[in-house]
Design a protein around this ligand. Structure first.
Ligand code: BGC
Length: 722
């Protein structure tokens, strides 16, 4: 394995791509995530550090992850001139993120306005070995001068999200060589303690401490000779009160004793273990190999290892997009990666939904329904946090109504589906008994009360919803939703019976606690069979929702060369009058439930819906699912084209919005496309199988996965040998 397949590289500095690279170079450890922003000032930089679960109040979006003080802040004054990319001249610039261990290194040669040339190497990592610890280093060499060097680094309590400040100052103190800043979020009252130490390679260098209010700063000063290399490094400990107890890896740290080399070694060891479990090897396609690893890397740094009270936002911890909110992106797109490579993280993620059942019960009841209705967007406590009105991105003086929080209700079945998939893959019966069953039953109960009886057709309908394709909102009988609900109700009936026979004691207490009776569940079984399911016997087509076939068909070729989504080009109202999909909907259903549709039916629907789907600029969730369906049906060119689209979502910024954060669902979908699409992995109750179909040029596809507590290995060669 050559290292270029492990390195994301920025060669030369391009001011236009600052925000994009900030996202791509995000580092993290499953608790913290820090964007790859520069240490020093740069206009418009969007530095952020988010910690899972640290939400605070915000207008319009209800809750958002609060941006922590920037632990990477570091200014270098070189003989009286402050290093910055805004002034002087760059003689060399290279930045590299090593996916092997999450080490970010920026190497530069900089000529100051007064002509002094220095070499600077910044390195940093967020420790995998101790979740609270972040380390940073700068190596400085004056190349054509001698003079005084001053390095300043502080913790700025005035950190904000865009323009909103979330932190109130509580206290700050200095003890020996470290100082600590204590803050509290304004609305949610979460306490944060950040401590810092600044060290250097020369014991005789002068240290100073500036106890500036809300921005305590340390500095190191030394007179350097020409060509004398000097290293300054910094360690920061971040403690978040509610999560302190949960993290066995987050032991208290004595910052005085922290050593860069020892910490890096411990950190690397854990990364090595992570990659042993989760790498996907692709031979014969280097660009895709790198993108695959970058996706896995971003999932690994986002997955909560030690808390079951938090979840992954649609943009992971890498940006302010969607404010850190969790969507179905977790269960349907990202979760399988964890289920198959790190089941404990998958369990944590599903447990978050279990702990947040009260929010879902509350939502159902507020809407006049029974059981649990999960929020479309979820933050700390599982209450609905989807914005209702947002400023229109093309003209912020106009407001756009967002209906997803009201009617994008398929998420409750998506979560139940994920619970079942997790169980099937891991065999984790304890989880199912203690938590999974309750999620499935309470959400089934919601559906039973949500179904609407149509006395004319003598069927149940589900009206006024949004399916996965959000180009069409407030539609009736979305096929994805209706089929999922039938599956869900049938499954719940099965789980109820299974619990009763296999775990009678737990069954009894659960049924009592939830007041669930045999009659009620029998009613679910009856309702499931009477749900309206679209299917045209003559054509084999499934109509995406009532009236979809009557909408105008667009010829996507008329929009050749576009750089925006069809919805954005036509406007929300007009796009809704066309058949253009933002992302697969009927095909999404067929991906999740292949057992319900013969391959010929899948192919008929694939051929129909593919040209109608905005795979280029619609949702980033689309291409990976399209790739899997295409691979399944042997449409290898379409499969590869869409796989590449998903692979490039962030590295190449194909949608132009990577600045807002990593597309976590696309990353998870890419993993699924390789594993379930190209390798054709199928999981049964008792066994698994593969049905490989490699894209042209791929020589090898290899990975490991966990099945029922045992690690399995797949190694597919182009010749077809395993
Ligand atoms: C997609 C949703 C997705 C959300 C968050 C939307 O654009 O249509 O399916 O859940 O983004 O990623």
């Amino acid at each position: 394995m050559t290292d270029h397949n492990w390195m994301v590289v920025e060669e030369g500095f391009d001011p236009e791509r600052v925000a994009h690279f900030e996202t791509v170079f995000t580092q993290g450890n499953g608790f913290l995530g820090t964007r790859g922003s520069f240490e020093e000032y740069y206009p418009g930089k969007h530095n952020s550090t988010f910690a899972h679960g640290v939400f605070d109040d915000v207008p319009i979006f209800f809750k958002e992850l609060a941006n922590l003080p920037d632990w990477t802040e570091l200014f270098v004054d070189l003989d009286g001139e402050t290093f910055s990319l805004v002034s002087g001249e760059l003689l060399g610039y290279r930045r590299c993120l090593s996916l092997r261990d999450g080490l970010l290194v920026r190497e530069l040669r900089w000529k100051s306005p007064q002509g002094k040339i220095s070499s600077l190497v910044f390195s940093r990592f967020i420790s995998r070995a101790n979740e609270r610890l972040c380390l940073q280093k700068v190596e400085i060499t004056p190349e054509n001068y001698a003079g005084k060097l001053l390095v300043r680094a502080g913790l700025d309590g005035g950190a904000s999200n865009l323009d909103l400040k979330h932190w109130d100052w509580l206290n700050q103190r200095q003890q020996a060589k470290t100082f600590t800043l204590e803050l509290k979020t304004k609305g949610s009252g979460i306490k944060l303690e950040m401590s810092q130490i600044l060290c250097c390679s020369d014991k005789n260098a002068a240290h100073s401490y500036w106890n500036t209010f809300n921005h305590p700063t340390q500095a190191i000063e030394k007179v350097l000779k020409e060509h004398e290399k000097f290293t300054v490094w910094k360690a920061v400990e971040i403690k978040v009160a509610p999560f302190e107890q949960e993290s066995p890896a987050g032991k208290p740290i004595n910052l005085d004793e922290v050593q860069w080399d020892a910490q890096l070694a411990a950190h690397r060891k854990l990364w090595q273990e992570d990659w042993q479990r989760s790498d996907i090897i692709i031979e014969g396609d280097d660009e895709t190999q790198l993108a695959m690893r970058a996706s896995i890397y971003h999932l690994l740094i986002a997955g909560p290892r030690h808390s079951e009270r938090v979840n992954i936002g649609a943009k992971t911890l890498s940006g302010q997009g969607y404010r850190g909110h969790t969507f179905w992106d977790t269960e349907i797109f990202m979760l399988p990666f964890f289920t198959y490579t790190n089941p404990q993280i998958a369990r944590n993620l599903l447990s978050y939904r279990y702990h947040n059942l009260p929010g879902a019960l509350e939502k159902a009841s507020k809407n006049g329904f029974e059981g649990a209705q999960y929020p479309w967007e979820s933050a700390a406590d599982g209450r609905e946090v989807t914005p209702v009105w947002v400023p229109y991105h093309k003209d912020p003086s106009q407001m756009v109504r967002i209906w997803c929080g009201d009617v994008e209700i398929h998420i409750s079945s998506d979560i139940a589906y994920a619970v079942l998939q997790y169980w099937k893959a891991t065999g984790d019966e304890r989880f199912m008994v203690d938590r999974g069953a309750e999620i499935v039953l309470q959400t089934a109960r919601f559906w039973a009360s949500r179904l609407e009886w149509n006395s004319q057709t003598q069927q149940y309908e589900i009206n006024n919803v949004i399916g996965p394709d959000e180009n069409h909102d407030r539609i009736d009988n979305n096929a994805y939703t209706n089929y999922m609900v039938r599956w869900h109700l049938r499954t719940a009936v099965g789980i109820f019976a299974w619990l009763k026979t296999q775990h009678p004691a737990e069954f009894k207490s659960l049924a009592e606690r939830l007041s669930l009776s045999d009659e009620q569940v029998a009613e679910w079984a009856d309702k499931a069979e009477k749900i309206f399911l679209a299917f045209d016997e003559k054509t084999g087509l499934i109509e995406q929702f009532d009236g979809y076939f009557n909408l105008k068909t667009l010829d996507m070729r008329d929009f050749a060369g576009r750089t925006d989504s069809i919805q954005s080009i036509l406007g929300v109202e007009e796009a809704a009058q066309t058949q253009t999909l933002k992302q697969p909907d009927v095909l999404m259903l067929m991906y999740l439930h292949p057992e319900l549709f013969d391959p010929e039916i899948q192919k008929i629907n694939f051929d129909y819906y593919t040209p109608r789907t905005d795979l280029e600029y619609g949702s980033s969730l689309g291409p990976s699912i399209q790739a899997i369906m295409a691979a399944r049906l042997g449409e290898m060119q379409n499969a590869y084209e869409n796989f590449v689209r998903a692979a490039q979502a962030d590295l190449k910024d194909v949608r132009g919005n990577a600045r807002d954060g990593i597309h976590g669902a696309s990353a998870g979908g890419l993993w699924q496309a390789a594993v379930f699409g190209f390798a054709g992995l199928k999981i049964g109750e008792q066994a698994w199988s593969i049905d490989p179909k490699l894209p042209q040029g791929w020589k090898r596809l290899a990975f490991k996965f966990w099945y029922h507590g045992k690690e399995e290995s797949i190694d597919i060669r182009a010749e077809g040998k395993r």
